[in-house]
Design a protein around this ligand. Structure first.
Ligand code: CP
Ligand code: NVA
Length: 305
């Protein structure tokens, strides 16, 4: 049987995604029932960039399900620098049962996967952040008060997080309205895949130039940093394009009355989101962060057991 991975949201069918979200809810209710689920399996976390949520939630998730972890940070393995990616993959395949990879280039994960015939999970690349999007859809499920298809609005950079949200919305038949500056749209490859999926699922994915239009009647408003990890050098030049794309009180006046605010974190307070909104009553950013743990445990069980 072909090894299953989670490198893109597209690696899972709509049915698999629903199954993983159902399992995540069960795990969240009864974590003790899964304490031996991984039966001693060993996982490597290979991170080329810093992390709080992804690193810690994977380590905690694996260890509390009876597995073991080894964290390899930017200085340790130096994928493609100290040694070719394909050599690292072939060596680690002999020791480990799966890896979580956080890389600059998405291509690095794709190369790794070709030589590592066990589960590979994308813990963020420059193209996608599938674990984040799955955790976020668990949060949407929990916070939608029975609404079948809540309206999710995304305002900000069309980067990895938005790419994964677009694909997941398409696969689950959701409703996403997004506004990005004209020079920072989501990937055209992702949009093409999403349009294809949406024909099956009746998903609605709408693009706006004006953030106020995008958040109109939104139940959830989501943003991400304007300057992502690895973009720090060109970051300053990017910022002027995002004026008007800040999630602040004035923007939220255009959304639904009881709108909830989401952010993948880390946040650059005062840039893409104001302090008062992040700290305000409508912010659910820490519930989102918690759900990374539950959903990733479900992903690990789905891929590795
Ligand atoms: N949201 C997220 O992936 O956070 P980290 O960068 O801290 O892992
Ligand atoms: N777009 C951000 C997401 C961080 C979770 C980044 O890539 O840095």
């Amino acid at each position: 049987m072909k090894t299953k991975h989670l490198i893109s949201v597209d690696d899972f069918s709509s049915q698999e995604i629903e199954k993983v979200l159902d399992l995540a809810q069960k795990i969240k209710r009864s974590p003790q029932s899964y304490r031996d689920a991984l039966g001693g399996k060993m996982f490597g976390l290979i991170f080329e960039k810093p992390s709080t949520r992804t690193w810690v939630s994977f380590e905690v998730g694996i260890q509390t399900m009876g597995g073991g972890t080894i964290y390899l940070g930017p200085e340790d393995i130096q994928l493609g620098v100290r040694e070719a990616v394909q050599d690292v993959a072939r060596v680690l395949e002999r020791y480990l049962d799966g890896v979580i990879l956080r890389t600059f280039a998405h291509e690095t994960i794709m190369t790794f996967e070709r030589y590592f015939h066990k589960p590979v999970i994308n813990g963020l690349s420059d193209f996608e952040h599938p674990c984040q999007a799955l955790g976020d859809f668990l949060t949407l499920r929990e916070r939608s008060k029975g609404r079948k298809r809540p309206v999710l609005a995304f305002v900000g950079d069309g980067n990895n997080v938005l790419n994964s949200l677009v694909l997941l919305t398409a696969k689950l038949g959701g409703h996403l309205r997004y506004a990005t500056p004209v020079d920072f749209p989501p990937s055209s490859r992702i949009l093409k895949r999403a349009r294809h999926e949406a024909r099956e699922t009746q998903a609605v994915i709408e693009e706006f130039r004006d953030p106020r239009q995008a958040v109109k009647e939104a139940d959830f408003v989501y943003t991400d940093v304007w300057v992502s990890m690895g973009e720090e050098k060109k970051g300053k030049a990017k910022v002027p394009s995002f004026l008007g794309f800040q999630v602040n009180r004035e923007l939220l006046r255009h959304a639904s009355k009881d709108v909830l605010v989401m952010h993948c974190l880390p946040a650059h307070r005062g840039e893409e989101i104001t302090d008062d909104v992040l700290e305000g009553k409508s912010s659910i950013v820490f519930d989102q962060a918690e759900n990374r743990l539950h959903v990733q445990k479900a992903v690990l069980i789905h891929l590795c057991t």
